[in-house]
Each structure stands twice: as structure tokens, then as C-alpha cells.
Design a protein around this ligand. Structure first.
Ligand code: GRF
Length: 201
């Protein structure tokens, strides 16, 4: 049976991408195949990681194109490659409702908190961890969810909790949430969703 052709969208360093590529190599991901990695920014380090793993690395510069043309180029690239699953791994753009409607239950994102806490527009990167520390919660974590027209509002696929330590800073917390939660649940959730898609095809 053919694997689900998967595109990973990135903007930055790509540690989640790395976890996904490693999981594919190790056979933890066996129902999906990362065929392309697409960045909205030139020179994102994630692209190097893609090339090193033998995956195609593309850039569609958002700044040059603007949202409409960016999404048009993106759709064309995905269609050309027969992509059945889109994974947002540190992708820092919000996709339009027109775009997300084309891929119902086929776009996955990871968010570094336990949704519905500290999520939605404006909660990205270190801001999420700053907000958790400012609120004083004792437990945070990561959430994998489907992407729809509401930022961080789609159905939840997986979550994992991480305990906050009294000495945590936004930086130490961000790192631990990645190590203890994001890099573990994201590959597993991708496999779970891809396996289901495969069975239904
Ligand atoms: C992660 O914290 C992820 O949860 C968020 O953006 C960050 C991306 O890091 N959406 P990386 O590019 O995967 O290293």
C-alpha cells in the first residue's frame, strides 16, 4: 500500500522536522512519507535538515509573494506532488480559511501548550511559555491538532503534559516542552493520522 505523501511546512530551525525525519528513518512513522519540506522564508535552517535527510527542500518566500500568491504557489506545489497530509512544524504563518477548507483533517500543527490554554492569535514561540509562567500554572505541555480556519482551534489529536519547575524561565520551559512533549507526540500523531488516512483510501 502506498504511503501518504506528506509535506512539512517550516519557518525556522526545524527541530520538530528533525524529530519527524528521524521517526521516519526509525520506522516509527511508516504510513507517511515526507516528500517535500517547504519554507516561507529563505535560508531557514530546517531546509538544510531536509536536504541532509534526502527530502526535497523548497522555499516560497511569503514576504515577496504576499499571502494570496503564496497560497496559490503552495497549493500548486502540493497538488503537483499528490500531497495527502500537510504538517506544520514551526510554520509561523496563519493559513486562510480558503486554504484550510481544501484539506479538512489533513493539516496537522503542534502548539507548545495544553490547548485551550495559551493559544490562538498572538501566542507563538516564547510568548506561549511566558504566558504560562506569568499565569502561574504548574503544568503545561504540547498539543497536536488539526488545522481549520480558527488559529489553534481545530480538533485535538494528541497532548502531553510537562511539569513546570520553580526555576523555569521561558527559555528553559520551551526547551523542556520540546524535548519531553513535542518531539515525542508529533511523530506519533502523524503516524496515527496517516495510518487512518491510508485505511480510508
Ligand atoms: C515549536 O515550539 C512549535 O511548537 C512551535 O514553533 C516551534 C518550532 O520549533 N509551533 P522548530 O522549528 O520545530 O525547532
Amino acid at each position: 500500500m502506498e504511503k501518504i505523501k506528506t509535506a512539512v511546512l517550516v519557518s525556522g530551525g526545524g527541530t520538530n522536522l528533525q524529530a519527524i525525519l528521524d521517526a521516519e528513518r526509525e520506522g516509527i512513522i511508516k504510513s507517511a512519507e515526507v516528500v517535500t519540506v517547504i519554507s516561507d522564508r529563505e535560508g531557514a535552517y530546517a531546509l538544510e535538515r531536509a536536504r541532509a535527510a534526502g527530502a526535497e527542500a523548497l522555499t516560497i518566500p511569503f514576504k515577496t509573494y504576499g499571502r494570496e500568491a503564496f497560497e496559490r504557489e503552495l497549493s500548486a506545489a502540493l497538488e503537483e506532488r499528490g500531497i495527502g497530509l500537510i504538517v506544520l512544524a514551526g510554520f509561523m504563518r496563519i493559513l486562510s480559511a480558503e486554504f484550510t477548507a481544501k484539506y479538512p483533517d489533513r493539516i496537522l500543527n503542534i502548539h507548545p501548550s495544553l490547548i485551550p490554554s495559551f493559544c490562538g492569535a498572538g501566542y507563538y514561540g516564547l510568548k506561549v511559555h511566558e504566558a504560562a509562567l506569568n499565569y502561574g500554572v504548574k503544568v503545561t505541555g504540547a498539543t497536536v491538532h488539526f488545522v481549520n480556519e480558527i488559529p489553534d482551534g481545530g480538533k485535538i489529536v494528541a497532548q502531553k503534559a510537562v511539569y513546570i519547575r520553580p526555576e523555569d524561565t521561558p527559555e528553559t520551559l520551551q526547551k523542556r516542552v520540546m524535548q519531553e512533549a513535542e518531539w515525542i507526540i508529533f511523530p506519533r500523531a502523524i503516524e496515527e493520522v496517516a495510518a487512518k488516512l491510508r485505511r480510508s483510501e
